[in-house]
Design a protein around this ligand. Sequence first.
Ligand code: GRF
Length: 211
Amino acid sequence: MKTLKEFFSSWFLSTPQSKRRIVILISGRGSNMQALLEKIKHGKLRAQCTLVVSDRKAKGLEIAKNFGVRSELFEKQKGEAREAFDKRLAERLKREKPDLIVCAGYLRILSSPMLQAFPNRIVNIHPALLPAFPGLNAQKQALDYGVKITGCTVHWVDSGVDTGKILAQASVPVLAQDTEATLSARILKAEHALYWKTVETLLCGMEVRSV
Ligand code: GRF
C-alpha cells in the first residue's frame, strides 16, 4: 500500500510536465548546471535533463555524472570550422529531442546550424543586466564602468553575442569594496536563483514576465 506521499509523487512523475526534456551545454565548472540539476532532483524544475554536453574537459561533466545524468565531451576537431562543429553538435542533440537547450557557461557562440535546428529553443544566462556589458568579463566591465547595480540576464540565443531577446533579469548591488571576485559571487548566487525559475516558466509554455 502506497503512502500518501508516494501516491502523489508517482502521480506527479507521470504527468507530461515531467517528460519535458532539456539538454545543458557547459564549458567549465558547471555551477549553473548543478543548480538546475538540483532543482530537477527536488521536483521544483519539472523536467528531465537527458544530456549534459561540454565542448572541453570540464569539472561540470563530473558533477553531471554524480547526479546520474549522461554527460558527453564534444570537442572541436583540429581545423574544424565553427559551422561544421555546430552541424555535428546539432545532429547529436536532435537525437535527444530536447524541448529546450540550456547554455550554462557554454563558451562558444552558436552559429546557424544550431540556431536553425532549434529555433527559439536555446537559452543562455549572462552575468550582467543586458544590453549592458555583453561578452566576456561582464563583471569586470560593470566594476570598471562604475555602475551601482548589475545582475544577470536570461535570454534567447541568436547569432549575436548576448543579443537575443531578454526573458528575465535579476539585479544585485555593486558595493564600494567589491572586487571582481566578490561581485561575481553575488551575481552567481542570483543566477542560480533566476535560471531554473525561468526555464520552468518557459517549459510551462508561459510568457516570462517576472520570476
Ligand atoms: C556564469 O557566470 C554565466 O552567467 C556565464 O558563465 C558563467 C558560468 O558559470 N555565462 P558556471 O559554469 O555555471 O559556474
